[in-house]
Structures are given as C-alpha cells and as structure tokens.
Design a protein around this ligand. Structure first.
Ligand code: TYD
Length: 208
C-alpha cells in the first residue's frame, strides 16, 4: 500500500510521519518511510538545489522539473520495488505537492503538469493521501519557530501559500475516495490519533 502525507508549510507532516512509522512497525508492518524532494542520493542532491535560498529567480517550470526529477528517481529506486514486495510505503509529499505548489501556487497549467507527471511516475498513484490542513498564517508562524529549516519555498508570499492551501483542498474535494482531510490546527497528539485510525482502517480493510 502506498500512503502519502500532504499539506501546506508547518502542518506537522514530518512529526506525524515519524510517529506513524513507529506505530506501523510496532504492529508488525514491513514499511519504508521516505520524503520528497529527496529519499535517494540523487534526489537529495536535487533537494539541495531546490531549497537553497541562494537560488533566487528559479523559473517555476525549472522548479517543477527538478521536483519531478527527484520523484522519477524515488519511484524507480524505492517506491515501486518496495510496493512490489508487499512493503507499505509512507511518503512525506508526492505528486500532489507539485500540483498544489507549482500548479495552484505558481499558477502553471495543472493539466500540463498532470500529463508530464504521468511520465515521471509511470502512472503510480497513492492508495491513500492524508491532507494536514492548516491556515498558511499559522503554518508559517510555526515554521519561523525553527529558523534553521526555513527554505527558499517558505519565503514565497502569503498569497502564494494561500493558493497552495486552496489547491490542496480542491484536489482533495475532487477525489474524496483517496483523500482524507485532517484539521492540523489541533495538537500533535490529536492529529496522530485521527491519522493512525484512518491509516489502520485502510491497512486492515480486506482487499477485494
Ligand atoms: P521541506 O523542508 O521538506 O518542507 P515540508 O516539511 O513542509 O515538507 O521542503 C520541501 C518544500 O518543497 C516545501 O516547501 C514544499 C515544496 N514542494 C513543492 O513545492 N513541490 C513539490 O512537488 C514538493 C514535493 C515539495
């Protein structure tokens, strides 16, 4: 099963990902946990370019293609081989982040991005996506509390981050069978309780 975590800045995905990994491992699931951009040696180098605050003036199209390059490597090196042997893959961001950030945020044509992404992921789609929904003002406030992790994309305007959030909500609304929206204004424990319930239900559901 392929599970992704999505959400705007400061939504608490990374903390949640770590806790979900511990939970599933303790329940005996064979699993790997990866993040985007990154998750492979090649992807990690692409990540450094993408997040480097010195890279001002990066064209949105170049940004999208760099995220896609990292994703193409991750899918082939980690995600697909693990799914093929029955391992649960938990991914901190995936293709939907590109649709929300580069598509809705930068206002690139979402249909064009989807078309290119079919080539990038070989059509792979998550089975379940948890959206940690938080207002951009609150998310960015949380991010500022950890200045060492502040990156090039965090510095985009509040209008950009508002479009990203609306984009995520729209993607979730368009595909309610795959997406579950979780209110990320709650405490980390409350978010974990909701997320773990949704995840365990999905994993324990007999496949037809
Ligand atoms: P990261 O520090 O991993 O942030 P987070 O903890 O919020 O995931 O930085 C990744 C940044 O890249 C984040 O601002 C979201 C952005 N991003 C895109 O713009 N498009 C993408 O396709 C992906 C995967 C991430």
């Amino acid at each position: 099963m392929f599970i992704t975590l999505e959400g705007p800045e400061g939504s608490g995905k990374t903390t949640l990902c770590e806790r979900l990994e511990l939970l599933l491992t303790s329940k005996g699931y064979d699993m790997v946990c990866v993040r985007e951009p990154g998750g492979t040696l090649i992807g990690q180098q692409v990540r450094d370019i993408l997040l480097d605050q010195g890279n001002t003036g990066m064209a949105p199209q170049a940004e999208f293609l760099l995220f896609s390059a990292s994703r193409a490597q991750l899918v082939r090196e980690v995600v697909k081989p693990n799914l093929e042997t029955g391992v649960v893959v938990l991914c901190d961001r995936f293709l939907d982040s590109s649709l929300a950030y580069q598509g809705y945020g930068h206002q690139l044509d979402v249909d064009v991005l989807r078309e290119i992404s079919g080539f990038v992921t070989a059509g792979l789609q998550p089975d379940l996506t948890l959206l940690l929904d938080v207002l951009p003002e609150e998310g960015l406030r949380r991010r500022k509390q950890a200045p060492d992790t502040w990156n090039r994309l965090d510095a985009y305007s509040i209008e950009f981050h508002s479009r990203v959030r609306s984009g995520f909500l729209r993607l979730a609304k368009d595909n309610p069978n795959r997406w579950k929206i979780i209110d990320a204004n709650q405490s980390a424990d409350a978010i974990f309780n909701v997320a773990s319930k949704v995840l365990l239900e999905a994993l324990e559901k007999p496949s037809v």
